[in-house]
Design a binder for this molecule. Structure first.
Ligand SMILES: C[S@@+](CC[C@H](N)C(=O)[O-])C[C@H]1O[C@@H](n2cnc3c(N)ncnc32)[C@H](O)[C@@H]1O
Length: 201
């Protein structure tokens, strides 16, 4: 795919990303939980982002579409093509560590690899860039994450006081309520102060 908007070049997304489309990723379709669009609207009432945003695990584009509606330019990739975004797979965890993205990163990552996604996103964005991840509230706990948080505190955690839905395989008709509490975790690369907790929804 040719992309002239990103960095002003006419290069393939994959060359720009330094990514391989042969990721060896085992396609676990059940890793796919679509984010309720309302979650994005709530985030956008609180946070402003760079004009260019990368949704690096886009699924069917539930987050991307809301960002686009709000006027952001969004690059959408996933390791599994689900009918939205770049057709060729991009394994976000396989992006070259040298790659620097001149925008912000927003996603709801596969929870199993959530910490890896946060680390990778923070290494890829520019100094002062934002990384916003829609994660289970329980991401706050755990020894491994505690050590990570000490060095990389999120700037703000937006707790969803009423439950928001992540629907398995994007089936919002079937999954109308949620037993899981979610929050938006927002990092600003280079921030080393105390995190602030806010309550949304
Ligand atoms: C929880 S779903 C969220 C989908 C979308 N972000 C949303 O919020 O609607 C996680 C997505 O991560 C994708 N994924 C899993 N591992 C990945 C990887 N290594 N690189 C890129 N995407 C990955 C899955 O295919 C799935 O679509």
């Amino acid at each position: 795919m040719e992309n002239k908007d990103w960095l002003g070049n006419s290069q393939s997304v994959f060359r720009i990303l330094g990514a391989s489309s042969h990721s060896g990723y085992k396609r676990e379709q059940h890793d796919y939980y679509a984010t309720e669009p309302k979650a994005v609207k709530l985030l956008l009432t609180e946070e402003k982002f760079a004009h260019l945003i990368w949704e690096c695990a886009c699924g069917e584009g539930h987050i991307s579409k809301e960002l686009e509606k709000a006027g952001y330019a969004v690059i959408s990739t996933d390791v599994v093509y689900r009918g939205f975004g770049e057709v060729s797979p991009v394994d976000f965890l396989n992006i070259s560590p040298d790659f620097q993205f001149k925008g912000d990163i927003i996603t709801n990552p596969p929870y199993k690899y959530a910490l890896e996604f946060v680390k990778q996103a923070l290494s890829i964005v520019y100094q002062g860039g934002k990384v916003a991840m829609f994660l289970k509230l329980t991401f706050l706990e755990g020894q491994k994450r505690k050590e990570f948080f000490k060095i990389n505190p999120p700037k703000t955690v937006y707790v969803s006081s009423s439950r928001l839905i992540c629907a398995l395989n994007g089936d919002f008709e079937r999954f109308k309520s949620s037993a899981v509490a979610y929050a938006w975790f927002v990092w600003v690369k280079g921030y080393s102060g105390e995190p602030v907790i806010k309550w949304i929804n």
